[in-house]
Design a protein around this ligand. Structure first.
Ligand code: SF4
Length: 629
């Protein structure tokens, strides 16, 4: 971290060198700047320079809602300049290394090493090697212990912080939970520190460790049993025994980002998104997001409608997405869609809902907003039989699915996507056969419902992913399927899901196995991730870039077995490596839910039914906030 001196601030603008190499790479517009709504400030020593990094390509990272919110919040402050950083694609990475160009920011093409803070979002485990690659490309020592305060402070937030241990060796600090309010406390400390000219990193980290929600991994030493299990933690430097997740209690107090950046290249989601609510309490037992964003906190109807109006004015986008974990559960969804439809349909602005409940209400909603385009509808039964859907607490019956499909076909859709998982706890051959049967029944409904000309275009696309158990869920103890089991199940489905109106797509089971091993890993996995990166692994979430053999070799070289982390049933009282990260939900709740799963007992959504006692509301002093009820 650069502290204030009488000298000029570092302003290494790398543009002249970057420009020279752009003709050698694909999509050069990933690396230029001045997109509409990007923020530019005069660099001075009074500014805290904050890098917001997404460890994947520009197109994948730019739409990330969390970073957009922080970008606006930080840049509203006069004492901070936040800039974006994305992972250069493989071709650019090579060219930069050959030409000696370090990792740079988008806004000013500054070297990242000139910043004060280098902050990452950890969205999933398969971008962890990209984090190390970006640290290295920036010219920073990748291990936190090797960096003094002449380097930026390296921090992370995002869902990966529920179990930060596999990445503990690389980060100085983790922000656990929602950062919209915490970020000001962080910036005040770091800005004050910069002005003070302090050079003792330990003292700075001690200050940070006192902020609720900030986890300093260097202050926690892990002890292991001979068996390799975690025995416990020894804390030092006055760090708290557990770090509790921060949340924004009233999400409607957080302004909708008014000026999202409009990219030059097509982003993954080239539209404006408004987060209508945070959290989901439907209680699907496999779902980590359903725990770590609780309780449900909505934005008001007016806030959403006016937020969209402002964004459209500021961006010129022609599509609006109402985002959340389950937007059809937003209690003001119908009036919001009606108002948006009244205001914008004639202007040709389309509205989309990223996730749909399996019910007629959802289809009717989508019908309202998709008057022109009927590209396809996606539903997620997740499992093929009622028994297994009860195990995972997916409160949907086969009749719901078939009725919903029928309404969709009646309303003119010809293409339906069904999303399933394989490898769920207690799954049997009958459950796999259930996926086949259900997909065929949906085809039959289509053939019975569509008229003769539409029938030829009927398509039911089945998408199957391989389940990876996640920390802080009722399935955190279960044994993940091995690669061989996943592949046998994929073959079973591949042999049976065939026919004129059916397609089958599955996700790479090898990457799910690695994802599963890292997700519930301990601190020793830092060595594995480092070795995997050293052997060339990066962009592991990209088919074509993922290298399973290199990952296996990295585990082997580190003396660790991926099956110890992925394919092992844990004892319910085992000390989990993430035990000191407190999301608010209790282990008693997870145990009770795991028992309920094994007996097929359903648990209600606490928005509409009884509180199921997950612990989040009392532990975080919060409650579900629903405005449209
Ligand atoms: S404590 Fe009860 S009401 Fe609050 S999120 Fe958990 S189950 Fe829902």
């Amino acid at each position: 971290m650069k502290h204030q001196t009488a000298s000029e601030p570092k302003r290494r603008n790398l543009w002249a060198r970057i420009e020279q190499v752009l003709q050698q790479v694909e999509k050069p517009s990933r690396y230029i700047n001045h997109e509409l709504n990007s923020v530019h400030k005069e660099i001075s020593e009074d500014l805290l320079r904050f890098g917001l990094a997404y460890p994947d390509t520009y197109e994948v990272g730019l739409p990330n809602m969390g970073l957009q919110i922080l970008y606006e919040i930080l840049n509203r402050r006069e004492d901070v300049f936040a800039e974006r950083i994305y992972a250069p694609w493989v071709d650019m990475d090579t060219v930069m290394r050959e030409s000696g160009i370090p990792l740079f920011t988008v806004e000013t093409h500054s070297a990242v090493s000139d910043l004060d803070v280098f902050g990452f979002t950890l969205q999933h485990e398969l971008i962890y090697t990209n984090v190390i690659n970006m640290l290295d490309l920036a010219g920073l020592p990748v291990f936190a212990k090797d960096r003094d305060l002449s380097y930026p402070i390296v921090i992370a937030g995002g869902p990966g912080t529920v179990n930060p241990e596999p990445m503990a060796a690389f980060f100085d600090a983790f922000v656990v939970g929602e950062a919209e309010e915490l970020i000001h406390e962080l910036v005040d400390i770091l800005g004050g520190w910069k002005k003070s000219g302090g050079t003792d990193k330990i003292v700075l980290l001690e200050k940070l460790s006192q902020v609720p929600g900030i986890y300093i991994p260097a202050f926690y030493e892990v002890a292991y049993e001979n068996s390799g299990l975690v025995k416990g933690l020894i804390t030092s430097h006055g760090a708290p025994a557990a770090v509790t997740r921060r949340i924004v209690k009233d999400f409607s107090k957080i302004a909708v980002p008014a000026r999202p950046i409009v990219p030059f290249v097509d982003a993954v989601h080239d539209r404006c998104s408004v987060e209508v609510m945070r959290g989901c309490t439907r209680g699907c037992r496999f779902c980590q997001a359903g725990i770590i964003y609780r309780p449900v906190r909505e934005r008001t109807k007016d806030q959403v409608v006016e937020g969209i109006a402002t964004i459209l004015e500021n961006t010129g986008h022609e599509e609006v997405s109402l985002s959340s974990l389950s937007s059809t559960d937003y209690t003001s969804i119908a009036p919001v869609l009606k108002e948006l439809s009244d205001r914008y349909t004639e202007q040709g602005i389309s509205i989309s809902l990223p996730s749909l409940r399996v019910d007629a209400f959802s289809v009717q909603l989508v019908k309202e907003i998709a008057k022109v385009k009927k590209t396809g509808l996606t539903f997620a039964p997740e499992a093929g039989t009622q028994r297994l859907r009860d195990v995972i607490n997916k409160n949907v019956t086969e009749q719901d699915i078939l009725n919903t499909a029928k309404i969709a076909f009646q309303e003119g859709w010809q293409r339906i996507k069904l999303y399933f998982m394989i490898g769920l706890p207690t799954e049997t051959q009958d459950d796999l056969q259930g996926i086949v049967d259900l997909a065929k029944k949906v085809v039959d409904v289509g053939l019975q419902t569509l008229d003769a000309s539409a029938k030829s275009r009927l398509m039911v696309a089945v998408s199957v992913s391989a389940f990876a158990p996640k920390p802080d869920t009722p399935f955190q103890w279960v044994c993940q399927d091995t690669l061989e089991q996943f592949e046998a199940k994929q073959k079973f489905l591949g042999d049976r899901i065939r026919g004129r109106h059916l397609t089958l797509k599955w996700h790479n089971a090898k990457s799910s196995v690695i994802e599963g091993a890292i997700a519930r890993g301990d601190r020793r996995l830092s060595d594995v991730i480092y070795r995997a990166w050293r052997s060339g692994c990066k962009f592991d979430a990209w088919t074509g870039e993922f290298n399973y053999d290199n990952w296996l070799k990295a585990f082997e070289d580190a003396g660790l077995d991926p099956n110890f982390y992925a394919a092992r049933q844990r004892d319910l009282d085992e000390v989990m490596p993430w035990r000191h990260i407190d999301t608010g939900a209790t282990q008693e709740f997870f145990k009770a839910e795991y028992e309920n799963a094994l007996t097929g007992e359903l648990t209600e959504d606490c928005r509409t039914g009884a509180c199921s006692g997950c612990g989040v509301c009392p532990n975080l002093d919060a409650e579900n906030l629903l405005f449209g009820k």
